[in-house]
Design a protein around this ligand. Structure first.
Ligand SMILES: Cc1cc2nc3c(=O)[nH]c(=O)nc-3n(C[C@H](O)[C@H](O)[C@H](O)COP(=O)(O)O)c2cc1C
Length: 323
């Protein structure tokens, strides 16, 4: 018996990031069998050999020992559900799945980043696992990002950016910055993404200050003039008393009955909803060009960036809690 702490040992092994595969075969009744395995690895190019290992307590062990063939499906980043399905015990793992018989009658799943159909060539004792080595008879790859497993969690693989170091993106002595200057990238992205909205603002004869006042009142009105000014300070577009008067004259905003705050009128609310729809449509159009996990990462980054440059005003969407 080893004196190692099994949990610590497992955690240490989990530091080795791997891909995730589903490996299929058939049992003695030719029924489909499959397990999720991260122990897959390449062995030899000539002859083409791969290996993986299966726990001896797996209900599927005898099928892999006896069938003579297996098929490795390397999962893509959006195949987490497949990984979970084939890691479950005591369920019909193939329920509702479309599969075809490949080499040796082994089930071929439709979804994969790479697929290796193998003939089982060697089996080795490996403690509480059996190690299977297979000769690759056929393989197929697709242009998909792989699913990664690291420290007990699913992850995605991302090439490390080879960007210019932050300090070199700006040369103050020469009065120059490069395409890598972060604040340039941020503001260019902002200006380009605002182009649709700005066109609508021009059509409605609204300037930035009008727009921000209507939006802020739409999301968290009614607000006093002082609140409006404080909350819009960081934008550089605090509404002047003249701006407020023009918005009132245009029947977009109105004073509350006690005269202490401003709120949107019905016409103002309609405008707010229309402008919000323009922004939403722009967001959908632009984000459709990016993968879900890229967008989630960018959102998380921008939220942290906003925290770092926070002038102390609550965000628009936190208006309810701050009132
Ligand atoms: C990401 C991931 C990787 C896994 N890798 C392996 C592995 O390499 N070998 C293994 O025996 N079990 C591995 N498992 C657990 C098996 O998938 C699971 O025990 C097996 O599917 C149980 O089903 P069975 O009893 O029907 O064989 C892994 C599970 C997950 C979620």
């Amino acid at each position: 018996m080893s004196t190692m702490d099994p949990k610590e040992f497992r955690n240490a092994l989990g530091q080795f990031a791997t891909g995730v595969t589903v490996i299929t075969t058939t049992d003695e009744e030719r029924a489909p069998v499959g397990v999720t395995a991260s122990s897959f690895n390449s062995v030899s190019l000539d002859p083409p050999l791969v290996l993986w290992s299966l726990a001896k307590n797996s209900g599927s062990l005898t099928a892999y020992q006896n069938s003579g063939h297996f098929c490795v499906h390397v999962l893509a980043s959006d195949h987490q559900d497949l990984s979970q399905r084939f890691a479950a015990r005591g369920t019909d793992k193939f329920a509702g799945l479309q599969w075809q018989a490949g080499e040796g009658g082994v089930p071929l799943l439709p979804d994969f980043a790479a697929q290796f159909q193998c003939k089982t060539t060697y089996q080795y004792e490996g403690g509480d696992h059996v190690i299977f080595v297979g000769e690759v008879l056929q393989y197929e790859t697709r242009d998909e990002k792989p699913l990664v497993f690291h420290a007990g969690s699913y992850a995605t693989a991302k090439a490390k950016a080879q960007g210019e170091p932050a300090g070199q993106a700006v040369d103050v002595t020469q009065g120059k910055f490069s395409n890598n200057f972060f604040l340039y990238l941020l503001s260019r992205a902002h200006f380009q993404a605002s182009a649709d909205l700005n066109r609508h603002l021009q059509d409605e004869l609204l300037n930035q200050s009008d727009y921000l006042t209507v939006t802020l009142l739409g999301l968290s009105g009614p607000l006093s003039y002082q609140d409006l000014s404080e909350r819009l300070q960081h934008t550089g577009h605090v509404p002047s008393p003249g701006t407020i008067k023009i918005l009132q004259d245009r029947s977009l905003i109105t004073e509350t009955p006690d005269g202490a705050q401003f709120a949107l009128t019905v016409k103002g609310r309609e405008l707010h909803v229309k402008l919000l729809a323009v922004s939403k449509a722009t967001e959908e159009r632009l984000l459709a060009n990016f993968a879900d996990d890229e967008v989630a990462e960018a959102r998380a980054f921008l939220q942290r960036f906003i925290e770092q440059s926070d002038p102390g005003v609550p965000p628009l969407w936190a208006a309810e809690e701050s009132k």
